[in-house]
Design a protein around this ligand. Structure first.
Ligand code: ZN
Length: 320
């Protein structure tokens, strides 16, 4: 099962103790994937659509235990798309009305809010209810990527207003959710590992949170080790390429004017470098008699470099 599936399975089995939180969760579900039908006699019925059995089961339980509404379920298998659609129906007008009123999805005049938008909805005033709202929204139209691969959390909304409201609710927990237009949907997303971890906590997916954090810690450690290795490799490469250049210079001097024409101190460094191409400056210095410090060795090597450069340009050379 995907990590997203695991999170949903965990959330699907939960039911808040507080009625206000359950109402908030139901409001999120209705807002995200509910639709309202009004017949010619002005009577309401509600349809909730999902392709996830866990979500269908959760909606069914939530509506029964919170509002004492028994929804009818119809199932449709789509063989070409290889998926199954679940439709939960609240057929009775009185029950539909009761549900919409509780979820504050009706205007004061009793009309259905446009697009079931939860803008200015009072069901999300309390923190506990906002957590439930995010949980409901994630269950029906969210997904989270496998933390082994990448950090990505998103909830797809059908309208801009809904996405912005959801973004505001999520960001009230000091998270930096963003909204992007994808085809015809508005996607609320978070891409930062620590913030996704916070979101799992907010949604109360505690088992998934533990798993997520374990993977995140391992990944951080792996990255830290890789960074260190890369850094050391870079330093080694730097030392090696400097040494290669020094040896080139020394050989050039040897093949033109000969090392014996160099001052004694330079000649000694040149010969030692040729014998120990991989030695660091400090190691080279220790090999000289008497030993010379790192900066002294560096100075002499630079001098050799200058001599080689001048020889290449056929300039007058002072060998000392
Ligand atoms: Zn609450």
């Amino acid at each position: 099962m995907s990590f997203s599936g695991e999170v949903k399975e965990e959330l699907g089995d939960q039911l808040s103790d507080a009625r206000h939180c359950r109402i908030a969760e139901a409001a999120a579900i209705l807002s995200m994937c509910g639709s309202i039908m009004i017949d010619s006699n002005d009577r309401y019925s509600i349809k909730i659509h999902t392709e996830n059995l866990i979500v269908a089961r959760k909606c069914f339980t939530l509506l029964r235990k919170t509002f004492n509404i028994r929804t009818e379920i119809s199932i449709r298998r789509n063989l070409s798309k290889q998926n199954t659609s679940y439709w939960l129906l609240v057929k009775k007008h009185e029950e539909a009305l009761r549900l919409l009123q509780a979820a504050k999805l009706l205007t004061q005049e009793g009309d259905v809010l446009e697009e079931l938008s939860i803008v200015r909805n009072t069901v999300v005033q309390q923190y506990c209810c906002r957590r439930a709202f995010i949980r409901g929204a994630f269950l029906v139209s969210g997904s989270i990527s496998d933390p082994e691969k990448s950090y990505h959390y998103e909830i797809v909304c059908s309208a801009k207003g809904k996405a912005e409201q959801l973004q505001k609710i999520i960001n009230s927990f000091e998270i930096d959710a963003k909204v992007i237009l994808r085809k015809k949907s508005y996607v609320v997303y978070v891409k930062e590992g620590a913030q996704i971890s916070d979101l799992l906590n907010i949604m109360e997916a505690h088992v998934a949170l533990m798993k997520f954090e374990n993977i995140r810690i391992l990944k951080d450690m792996r990255n830290a080790v890789n960074r260190k290795v890369n850094c050391e490799t870079a330093n080694i490469n730097k030392t090696v390429s400097a040494a290669v250049k020094q040896i080139e210079d020394i050989r050039y001097i040897r093949d033109t004017i000969g090392l014996e024409n160099l001052a004694e101190a330079l000649k000694e460094v040149a010969l030692t470098r040729l014998s120990y191409p991989e030695a660091t400056l400090k190691e080279l210095g220790d090999l000289l008699t008497p030993p010379v410090g790192k900066s002294g060795v560096n100075h002499r090597l630079r001098k050799l470099g200058e001599i080689a450069d001048k020889l290449r340009q056929n300039k007058e050379v002072h060998y000392d």
